[in-house]
Design a protein around this ligand. Structure first.
Ligand code: F6R
Length: 651
């Protein structure tokens, strides 16, 4: 069971009751894992066991496979088992769920290419045992082709183990909302949300095909065992709806509720909105830690839209929190306790208030002038996520450094790169510095960009130009916040440099770069993007590199005095109950922050990777900071224009 909910079940003998309550919410068996790697290793073990058992019986095994970011670590582990533990795939037949249509198998976003890169090229599966829907079939033949695909699955005895991810529309395979229970392999139209999510693989929205060939719901439901997985907070809402909602074609994954052998495996972030995690008091008796008490009280205040200090005993009793009142005697005591906790998170002194009593402040008063490193995964996360605090730290006289962890080179439009290449050519011409070699290079870069197929990566010269564009913008942003150039560091971590949206895992090279900077500066405070909920993305890898550096430095005396504060990246904010430092931002500071974000011109108006939110980054940042201030106000605390939020990470 996850850490947050420590039932007193053994003591009270009420575990049966609790399980019953969980079941009445969760209609698919769910297991919550600390992280996706642990879970994928577990599934890989089960698959390996099944493969070996069939080998002993001299039989084949049929696997249904998925693509996307979800199963990558599963495939990594299977490859490792093949290499290190002699797991053979000679008796494995695979059927992939889907493929975009139309799609050439060697195109960058193709699922054929994905499967070969992430699995098949590294194991001993015979090629003729691999089946992936063919995106090159002429349209008029697709119907027949799909029937054949179904027949082939049946001919091999049906799917033994099916691996699934879940899309944010609730799709499984590409069975989008509206798919019927009896649907078979067929050509489908993709949902606009799915197309938006696919933008990261095609680099441009207009390149994403609007159709795909997918196995049907019926095909999937016929699999003997199904593992469906989801990682990351962006999946939390759809996980809740798939697991706890009514069965409906609007959310095709809900059909799985009627499968006899299905398991839903999620990481903590993806489980966040399940009733047993989000509001565990509705499911059973809880171990009331300080965090959980704050969560319960804040939840109640937000639910009934009444400030904390006005909550009554009846409010607690009527909303499943009566147990808390039993513990604290009256709502009054409880309200004060949580109110004070929140009050103590607010500070205009993110580096600590010099010469003040710091017993209830988030940061230490000493040393009055701190050495600070702000780590920014991409070149603009510093100002987007903590621009106001950044400016305050500098204004309050701390020795602030900023370190840009990655080059951010894939997120620049070609037209911006083109403009810079041409600018340089014309400038060299005007200054009489033009050379034949330079001319050749410029032409080569412009040609490479024109020739690039959808989703194809840039060559390394173009990536270099793009990195320099972002570097210039980051420098301008940091200077605007008051930093001198020798306090601005570009780390260009190697894990990022794939030229593609999918990045490599963190290695000791990345960790050592961070470690070297920390050793040089010996900071008292480190700020980092704490996107713990982002399992594969750049932010999570950047954070892992920082964790790795802290671990490597743990014996140094200065590191014991170094506090790590996590801000959330561009996409979401800490829940109020999680915040440990809230820095108020005045209207004029907010404007300053906006101007710092404006320095990132390549990300303005229409950034290449806007994610799931169409608002510009500065708008998102302001909305989010205003929302935090509004949440504090609604809970009954002081009213500010905006607030930036942080949580301390304790090792
Ligand atoms: C992929 C597939 C899709 C994905 C889903 C989640 O073959 O059929 O259903 O599993 O879109 O994608 P990721 O894992 O990228 O979040």
């Amino acid at each position: 069971m996850d850490t947050q909910i420590m039932y007193r079940a053994q003591k009270t003998g009420s575990d049966k009751h609790i399980k019953y309550l969980i079941k009445s919410y969760e209609k698919i068996p769910v297991r919550i894992w600390d992280n996706d790697v642990e879970c994928c290793n577990h599934i890989a073990q089960s698959i390996a066991l099944a493969i070996r058992q069939r080998q002993q019986d001299e039989k084949n095994i049929v696997l249904g496979l998925a693509t996307g970011s979800t199963p990558i670590n599963l495939y990594r582990e299977l490859i490792r088992m093949h290499r290190e533990e002699g797991l053979s795939f000679y008796n494995v037949i695979t059927f992939n769920l889907d493929e975009y249509y139309p799609m050439q198998p060697d195109a960058a976003p193709s699922y054929v290419r994905f499967m070969h890169e992430f699995l098949f090229n590294h194991i001993d599966i015979p090629t003729d045992q691999i089946h992936i829907p063919n995106g090159t079939i002429p349209l008029e033949e697709v119907g027949k082709y799909c029937e054949e695909y179904e027949k082939k699955i049946a001919l091999h005895g049906g799917i033994d183990i099916q691996i699934l991810g879940i899309g944010r529309t609730g799709h499984i395979g590409f069975n989008e909302p509206g798919s019927w229970l009896d649907s078979k392999t067929r050509l489908v139209r993709l949902d606009s949300l799915t197309m938006r999510d696919a933008r990261k693989d095609f680099l441009r929205e207009e390149h994403v095909p609007f159709r795909a060939i997918t196995m049907g719901i019926d095909t999937i439901m016929n699999a003997r065992t199904i593992y469906i997985m989801a990682w990351g907070q962006h999946k939390a809402e759809i996980v809740r709806r798939a697991v706890e909602g009514e069965v409906s074609s609007h959310i095709p994954s809900t059909y799985l509720q009627n499968h006899p052998d299905v398991r839903f495996y999620v990481d903590k972030a993806a489980s966040e909105l399940l009733t047993r995690v989000n509001t565990p008091w509705l499911v059973g008796m809880c171990e009331w830690t300080d965090d959980l008490i704050a969560k319960g009280v804040i939840w109640l205040s937000q639910k009934i839209k009444r400030p904390i200090l006005k909550l009554t005993d009846e409010d607690y009793n009527e909303h499943g929190l009566g147990e808390l009142i039993l513990k604290y005697n009256t709502a009054y005591d409880l309200n004060i306790r949580v109110f004070n906790r929140l009050q103590h998170t607010i500070t205009g002194w993110p580096g600590g208030k010099p010469h003040a009593d710091d017993t209830t402040r988030p940061e230490r008063a000493k040393p009055a002038k701190k050495r600070v490193i702000i780590f920014s995964p991409h070149p603009d996360d510093d100002v987007i996520s903590m621009g106001g605090t950044f400016i305050r730290l500098v204004d309050q006289g701390h020795d602030v450094h900023v370190a840009y962890q990655t080059s951010g080179n894939i997120a620049v439009h070609d037209h911006d790169a083109e403009r810079h290449i041409e600018f340089f050519a014309e400038f060299s011409e005007a200054m009489g510095l033009r050379s034949e070699e330079m001319d050749k290079l410029q032409k080569k870069m412009l040609k490479a960009m024109k020739k690039k197929a959808p989703g194809e990566m840039d060559n390394k010269d173009v990536l270099q130009i793009k990195a320099l564009i972002r570097r210039g913008e980051a420098r301008a942003g940091a200077r605007y916040c008051g930093l001198k150039d020798d306090h601005i560091h570009f780390l260009d971590l190697p894990f990022y440099e794939t030229g593609k949206t999918r990045k490599n895992p963190v290695t000791s090279k990345d960790i050592n770069i961070i470690k070297a900077l920390m050793e040089e500066i010996k900071p008292h405070q480190v700020f980092a993007a704490g996107d713990l909920a982002d399992p594969h993305g750049t932010h999570r890898v950047c954070l892992d590199a920082i964790f790795g550096a802290f671990a490597a430095l743990k014996r140094e005396s200065w590191i014991k005095e170094c506090w790590l504060w996590l801000y959330r990246g561009a996409w979401h904010e800490w829940g109020v109950e999680e915040i440990q430092m809230a820095v108020p931002i005045s209207p004029s500071e907010l404007l300053k922050k906006r101007r710092a974000i404006f320095m990132h011109q390549s990300q303005k108006d229409r950034p290449p990777f806007p994610g799931e939110d169409d608002r510009e980054f500065w708008v998102r940042a302001e909305d989010r900071n205003r929302d935090t201030a509004e949440a504090y106000r609604a809970l009954g605390l002081a009213e500010y224009e905006a607030m930036e939020a942080f949580r301390r990470w304790e090792f």
